[in-house]
Design a protein around this ligand. Structure first.
Ligand code: PLP
Length: 381
């Protein structure tokens, strides 16, 4: 039985064109991009070409891209790097951020900063009134994600940025789950810094980037050889960066096709899930097209995910994005979902490679697993 992969918000398969572009740099083109000889110059040229490709995918200039090893690193870099040049003050992160944004803020809190979380409503949208209230206290940094990894809900970042800038705060957005799924334009979002990651868009693991407003004063996380204009020391991972560049180009090229295809799959999925009485989270919010986050009352999410895996479907449970995997999703709790229902959460995230047939088979599998698991519970009771 071949496995069907419905977990593309976790990571994606490497695209063929990406692998082809990377292979020479994993084989005989092994130059260090800081070396002056021909091998080094070839590596440097490849990195700079990739920088152009990444910048162009997000409507930025190549000089604004700082390559990192992951989205996690870029988020940590944004929070620590921006704050370390400022006097201790307030940091605001939304209640639904990925831990690689909220935890750096908490780490700063332990060093005397004040970290507060911005509330969201039942649809997973930022509570702008709460943000405005929090901004009355002088604030250094506001960080709100563009698209949530669990619900897929998209935030009005330009509005967040407008409010933050009115209060002289810096603004960062984590766009890791938005790139390749919706148009992402750094200037339109009006932020000072934005995070993206390669392996979420058909690129390799080991590459990410922070897109920066050049006027921002930011401190590096890593010191050493002074790569990336001193902002991110460490020998460049040339193959991964090259792959990231190609993946960015492809993500933009196929954005409309991805959007139409995955939205159609999601429509079928959600129609089927609703017939089975699932609760679909964030359904009334504006969402990236490929993501459905749902639960069945009185059905444990981990149990359902394991049962579906045995039936050949790879999906995520609500707690899959966190190492605290016994806890219900902090995103759902922030939306006011009851803990019991939140424990049932399951996420499906599609890519262009998924098909309608897979969705129909999945719905059939869910229906039979629900019956089987409910019978088991009834027997055990
Ligand atoms: N931000 C969001 C919204 C994510 O979903 C993830 C990964 O799941 C990350 C950041 C971390 O990115 P990376 O896996 O590249 O470290």
């Amino acid at each position: 039985m071949s496995q069907v992969y419905f977990d593309h918000n976790s990571t994606t398969a490497l695209k063929t064109e990406v692998l082809e572009a990377m292979l020479p740099f994993l084989a005989n083109q092994h130059g260090n991009a800081t070396s002056r000889h021909s091998f080094g110059r070839a590596a440097r040229a490849a990195v700079e070409h990739a920088r152009e490709q990444v910048a162009s995918a997000v409507g930025a200039y190549a000089t604004q891209i700082v390559f990192t090893a992951s989205g996690t690193e870029a988020n940590n870099f944004a929070v620590h790097g921006i704050c370390s040049n400022l006097d201790k003050g307030q940091i605001l992160t939304s209640a639904i951020e990925h831990p690689c944004v909220s935890r750096p803020a908490l780490a700063l809190q332990a060093r005397g900063w004040k970290a507060h979380s911005i509330k969201v409503d039942a649809n997973c949208n930022i509570n702008m009134a709460h943000l405005e209230k929090l901004l009355i206290t002088p604030t250094n940094l506001v960080s709100v994600m563009l698209a949530n990894n669990e619900t897929g809900v998209i935030q009005d970042i330009a509005k967040v940025a407008e409010l933050a800038r009115e209060h002289k705060a810096y603004v960062h957005t984590d766009a890791v789950q938005a790139l390749g799924k919706i148009p992402v334009d750094f200037f339109a979002l009006n932020v000072h810094a934005m995070t993206i990651s390669s392996h979420k868009i058909g690129g390799p693991l080991g590459a990410g980037a922070l897109v920066l407003d050049k006027r921002i004063d930011i401190q590096p996380l890593l010191y050493g050889g002074g790569q990336e204009k001193g902002l991110r020391s460490g020998t460049e991972n040339v193959a991964a960066i090259v792959g990231f560049g190609v993946a960015c180009e492809l993500a933009v090229k196929y954005l409309t096709a991805f959007d139409m295809h995955t939205e159609n799959l999601r429509k079928h999925l959600e129609t089927g899930l609703s017939k089975l009485n699932a609760v679909i989270f964030g359904q009334n919010g504006l969402r990236i097209p490929n993501t459905t986050f749902f639960a069945f009352p009185n059905m444990d999410g981990e149990t359902l995910v394991t049962a579906l895996d045995k039936k050949g479907f790879a999906v995520a449970s609500g707690s899959a994005c966190s190492s605290d995997s016994d806890k219900p999703s902090h995103v759902l709790l922030a939306m006011g979902v009851e803990e019991d229902l939140a424990r049932g959460a399951v996420r499906v995230s599609f890519s262009a490679s998924n098909t309608i047939e897979q969705v129909h088979h999945f719905l059939t599998a869910i229906e039979s697993e629900l019956k089987r698991l409910k019978n088991l519970t009834a027997v055990a009771a």
